[in-house]
Design a protein. Structure first.
Length: 183
């Protein structure tokens, strides 16, 4: 060493980096509860105006079509996915079923006492409400299915969704049956 002192790099403390927290997603209870409430409303609509019994059969067919159509496993590349047909068919069947059930609201009133434009406006409002309710059921079911699918397997998420929908519609039907029986 000949006495030359090479320049030492300045010591800089390591930057205080932000630690990333691993966020563990829990069960989407808010979405599942919302889906349950939506299907309770659907059950009430199917039971309160006392529509024909076959609306229950078509709604019980529409639920799995809608759930399985909106929550499909990831596509395999090179394969065509026709699962969207299930979603559309389920939504269409649910909307038609609810429209038929809602048609029985006020069926004990005479059509002669209702004005034409009032009847058309009521029909349009009820039909729009049925479409919105079906859309909410599809959107919330899809969101809950995606969150459940990211946490666990496909079978588990479909079981949770299907049981939530079926228990909700049955509870709504029982509440509607109790109300119409007590009146």
């Amino acid at each position: 060493m000949n006495g030359s002192n090479p320049k030492q790099p300045k010591f800089t403390p390591p930057a205080q980096g932000k630690r990333r927290r691993v966020v563990k997603l829990g069960t989407p209870w808010a979405l599942i509860t919302t889906l349950f409430v939506v299907y309770i409303l659907i059950g009430l609509l199917l039971s309160m105006p006392e529509p024909p019994f076959w609306v229950w059969i078509t709604s019980l067919i529409a639920i799995p079509l809608l759930i399985f159509g909106c929550n499909r496993p990831l596509n395999i590349s090179g394969k065509r996915d026709f699962g969207w047909i299930l979603a559309y068919l389920g939504a269409l069947l649910m909307a038609v079923t609810l429209a038929v059930a809602v048609n029985y609201i006020g069926s004990d009133q005479s059509f002669e006492t209702v004005r034409f434009f009032t009847a058309i406006a009521a029909l349009a409002g009820l039909t729009l409400g049925v479409v919105i309710l079906t859309g909410i059921a599809a959107i919330v079911g899809t969101a809950a299915g995606r969150r459940l699918l990211s946490q666990g397997g496909y079978a588990r998420s479909m079981t949770v969704l299907m049981s939530t929908c079926f228990f909700g519609i049955c509870l709504g039907g029982l509440i509607g049956l109790a109300v119409t029986t007590l009146n």
